[in-house]
Design a protein around this ligand. Structure first.
Ligand SMILES: [Fe+2]
Length: 208
């Protein structure tokens, strides 16, 4: 018997459940711990993941979801009505890797399909010299399906994420309320440079 189709609305069932607890925890540590406990059930819900992929393939709402995205392979799946968290999906082609970057919020990163590699860095300079950043690699982790890893705001969460395999991988991340910063930092570790990356919506406005 064929499986009955799953509406992507199921995603909103998970999100509705997460909103109140995430509004009650005071510190990032507790919020991260809560999401790490809850996200694996979503990552392992293959019917939902397939439905989300089909949704993207058919471009149903895709353009709107990608409008403010910083990364080309990123889709925003959900924004909590009280802005406590957002859920984003990333599709990495074989060998695809992000640039080294920081974040404006805490985050929990999870693999829904395939192996995701995360390389973390520590900033060794004091951030006082404009455009300069000296980074040191501190950790290299691989997340298999259903496993998660974390990131933190600003210098505590510098990393790059990639797909070391020869198959496409599906990643779903949950991010907390961002700090009041309109950009993320992009690090060039070979040349010890750092540049600000603004979302496309702001980039279009900047020349004006
Ligand atoms: Fe990231």
């Amino acid at each position: 018997m064929p499986l009955s189709p799953v509406s992507p609305k199921d995603l909103h069932d998970y999100c509705a459940e997460w909103s109140d607890p995430l509004g009650q925890f005071a510190d990032n540590e507790s919020k991260i711990a809560y999401v790490r406990q809850r996200l694996p059930a979503l990552l392992e819900n293959q019917l939902l993941i397939t439905a989300l992929l089909n949704d993207i393939k058919q471009n149903y709402g895709g353009a709107e979801r990608r409008r403010h995205m910083l990364f080309d392979n990123e889709w925003r799946l959900h924004m909590d009505a009280k802005r406590r968290f957002s859920v984003r999906m990333y599709l990495y082609r074989p060998g695809e890797v992000t640039f080294v970057h920081d974040h404006s919020s805490w985050g929990v990163l999870g693999s829904a399909s395939g192996e995701m590699e995360i390389v973390k860095y520590r900033r060794k300079d004091d951030g006082q010299k404009n455009g300069y950043a000296l980074l040191e690699e501190t950790e290299r982790t691989t997340c298999t399906p259903g496993r998660t890893d974390t990131t933190l705001p600003l210098d505590e969460g510098i990393h790059r994420v990639g797909n070391p395999t020869d198959q496409m991988i599906v990643v779903i991340n949950v991010y907390g309320t961002p700090l009041r910063r309109l950009y993320i930092n992009r690090f060039d570790i070979e040349n010890n440079r750092v540049t600000k990356i603004f979302p496309p919506r702001l980039k279009r406005k900047m020349p004006a």
